[in-house]
Design a protein around this ligand. Structure first.
Ligand code: HEM
Length: 455
């Protein structure tokens, strides 16, 4: 969306130097900081997929990387990778237990002992579910999974509805205060609803007391800056923020141990399954990950779905005629404009082949979720947005395999409530600017910076 530029010169280069300094034939650079990257990404994925199921790529951050920084972001994005682009091989790759997420899994015990440790404040993040392999992953996932069942999430529907309604009430009051009247009131969707909504839901689910919410707001925002911590000045601030949030949570864990309430933190501090317990660091890791993995992704689900719907009038008419389509609209949004374009890194634990491409032990594999979701071999007319599409829910927007999104049942309910409520409350909802003026944000997460609406 946004720009219609087809200029991919800056995002795709055919010849890149390899480790030996020689150009590697066919290596494609995907510069995720290029403002056109997201706007043209589906064309890029189509072109790569047509050449074969596995491409050689370098996801770059546009030359911002430096030798010294070596942040998690640099390690993820500034190295070459085998990029899997077609649906069947994406699924097979995500299910393949010869691939790891943690570089330490490939090390000998001696190498591991000598590997540099991240700064202490970052340790819980470095050891969160997303970044660890079995057996630790299996153990921790089993302990936190019960908090995320579909039935449990359905039970949260009324409180999710209250949060959406309260945010929309406020948007209405603000429009009133500006003297605007329906159906020409204005609202910027991301700021008014999409951004604050998932933080409130996650805080409810974890059991962060209401009176503490203003205090934690800065810390949750700080968490989202972690991947930019290469900048030394930002890094000190991020570390200080993490220290404060850690101190707050440690104290909250103690309070919940004393007097449990019906929430996820209380359950975590009291877990005793087969005498298995979560360590303090594992609980911190889980809380941090909820905010990191569950926030921007859900912001983007809401923003992307609303823009997709309002820029396809025939689909909007279907939703208005039958609001129960909100459930399928969530699935189609995840397929059509899923919030996570690709999973940047898996590591080959041994020499292996993916779709006939040999990959040596230690090789990086990236997994193209957005590409798979537009694979014409899997979805008929894949570039059409169709809220009634059968099998829309076969998308891979939540990943697959052992790391499949833990929050998927929650994200689904959040999306359903947001879309259904917007349709019900605002029959005249529409974009305030032409769709092609709404710009994608610059990140590997697919989402709009701002979505101006009239209602
Ligand atoms: C539309 C919204 C969302 C999308 C598109 C999404 C997408 C994903 C994807 C693709 C993965 C797999 C990453 C990988 O394999 O490396 C993942 C993992 C994860 N997600 Fe989500 N997510 C969303 C919402 C949420 C929410 C709301 C939460 C929790 C509050 C959450 C928590 C997690 C966790 C904890 C993991 C790691 C699971 C593991 O490694 O075992 N996500 N998510």
């Amino acid at each position: 969306m946004a720009t219609t530029s087809t200029d991919t010169e800056t995002t795709a280069k055919d010849k890149m130097p390899n480790a030996a300094g020689e150009p590697e034939q066919g290596l494609v650079e995907l510069n995720i900081t290029d403002p056109h990257f997201m706007a043209t990404a589906y064309e890029t994925y189509d072109a790569l997929r047509e050449q074969g199921p596995v491409a050689r790529v370098k996801f770059s951050t546009g030359g911002q990387e430096t030798e010294e920084t070596n942040t998690p972001r640099d390690r993820l994005f500034n190295s070459t990778a085998y990029f899997v682009t077609d649906y069947d091989d994406v699924v097979a790759t995500l299910l393949d237990d010869r691939l790891a997420v943690d570089p330490r899994t490939l090390m000998t015990p001696e190498e591991r002992a000598q590997a540099p440790e991240p700064p202490e404040e970052f340790r819980p993040l470095a050891r969160s579910l997303l970044n660890i392999d079995p057996p630790d992953h299996t153990r921790i996932r089993k302990l936190v999974q019960p908090s995320f069942t579909g039935r449990g999430m359905d039970a949260m529907r009324p409180s999710i509805q209250r949060i959406v309604d309260a945010l929309l009430d406020r948007a209405e009051q603000e429009a009133d205060a500006r003297g605007e009247e329906a159906p020409n009131r204005s609202m910027e969707l991301i700021e008014a609803l999409a951004y604050p909504f998932p933080v409130a839901v996650i805080s409810d689910m974890l059991g962060i007391p209401r009176e503490d919410r203003p205090q934690i707001r800065g810390w949750t925002q700080n968490l989202l800056r972690v991947d930019r911590a290469g900048d030394p000045e930002a890094q000190e601030e991020v570390r200080a923020g993490l220290r404060d949030f850690t101190a707050y949570l440690t104290e909250l864990f103690a309070r919940k141990r004393q007097s449990p309430t019906d929430d996820m933190i209380s359950r975590m501090v009291h877990i005793t399954e087969d005498d298995d317990v979560l360590t303090e660091e594992e609980m911190l890791a889980t809380v941090f990950l909820m905010y990191i993995a569950g926030h921007v992704t859900t912001v983007n689900l809401v923003g992307n779905g609303v823009v997709a719907l309002l820029s396809h009038p025939e689909q909007l008419a279907k939703m208005q005629a039958d609001p129960t389509l909100a459930r399928n609209m969530v699935e189609e949004t995840l397929r059509y404009w899923g919030p996570v374009d690709f999973i940047a890194r898996r590591l080959a634990k041994e020499d292996l082949e993916i779709a006939g491409t040999p990959i040596a032990r230690g090789g990086h594999v990236a997994v193209g979720l957005a590409s798979a979701n537009r694979d014409p071999g899997r979805f008929a007319d894949p570039d059409a947005f169709d809220v009634t599409r059968e099998e829309a829910n076969r998308h891979v927007a939540f990943g697959r395999g052992i790391h499949v999104c833990l929050g998927a049942p929650l994200a689904r309910v959040e999306g359903q409530v947001a879309f259904e409520t917007l349709m019900r409350r605002y029959p005249d909802l529409r974009l305030a600017v032409p769709a092609d003026e709404i710009a994608w944000g610059g990140s590997f997460l697919r989402g709009f910076r701002q979505v101006p609406l009239l209602f």
